[in-house]
Design a protein around this ligand. Structure first.
Ligand SMILES: Cc1cc2nc3c(=O)[nH]c(=O)nc-3n(C[C@H](O)[C@H](O)[C@H](O)COP(=O)(O)O)c2cc1C
Length: 217
């Protein structure tokens, strides 16, 4: 697959089939992603691959937290939407508007998105990316480059992905279930698997016209 095609085809998948993904393929994807650049080649990332019973345990524990009404407590802080810069708030509004209009009505969109979110998208795999707590902010940037490489490589292998805050809302559960040392923090979880043929997955979000974000001087 051409790089341009992988970039254009990658979009967030919020409903996966139960077809498993081979460990060999996951290993190849992560190995490719390791080519990402990082500050002085520090390669701050670790990847914890949750699948099978382990992933089900995480999904059950998250569900229990949601039922108990507990708020998420991600390692990277979440900023209130109102505090974001106006142009980013506009983009988020446009995304919400786009997804609602992709469905028959608001209620259907809300129901499908909530169900997908509550089940962690039913994906057969989540790749959890951590960095050491003893890291500069630059390592978060590096982890982002690594994460995008994972998603593009997965696209080239015919897999769907979604990076989510949702999957890293409860780090204590993840530390325990995945046996992750306390001196690491969770950056993002990437759900991985084969895309289900559903309305929710056929939504391709928009981007600003390039001349609004590219400034030649
Ligand atoms: C760091 C990060 C966290 C995200 N968290 C969530 C999430 O919790 N739930 C969700 O449905 N989508 C989540 N997304 C997916 C974004 O909504 C999505 O990338 C964006 O709308 C652009 O759409 P696209 O990925 O289909 O191009 C997240 C994306 C990123 C990069």
């Amino acid at each position: 697959m051409e790089l341009q095609d992988a970039i254009n085809q990658r979009h967030s998948i919020r409903q996966f089939t139960d077809k498993p993904v081979e460990k060999k393929m996951i290993t190849k994807i992560v190995e490719l992603a390791q080519r990402a650049p990082s500050w002085v080649n520090s390669q701050p990332w670790q990847v914890y691959c949750a699948m099978g019973d382990t992933l089900q345990e995480i999904k059950n524990a998250y569900r229990d937290q949601d039922i108990a009404g507990n708020q998420g407590n991600s390692d990277l802080p979440v900023m209130s939407r109102e505090d974001w810069a106006p142009q980013t708030q506009d983009n988020m509004k446009q995304w919400r508007h786009g997804i609602v209009h992709h469905f028959a009505n608001f209620d259907e969109a809300h129901e499908k998105m909530t169900n997908a979110s509550n089940t962690l998208y039913d994906s057969p795999v989540i790749l959890y990316i951590t960095i050491p707590k003893a890291s500069p902010d630059w390592s978060i940037f590096d982890a982002g480059l690594f994460a995008e490489n994972i998603m593009l490589a997965a696209t080239a292998y015919g897999l769907g992905t979604i990076p989510t805050y949702n999957s890293v809302r409860f780090p204590a559960i993840l530390h325990q279930t995945l046996d992750v040392p306390d001196d690491e923090r969770f950056i993002v979880g990437i759900s991985l698997g084969y895309s289900a043929d559903t309305t929710i997955n056929s939504y391709h979000s928009e981007r600003r016209p390039v001349n609004e974000i590219l400034h030649f001087n």
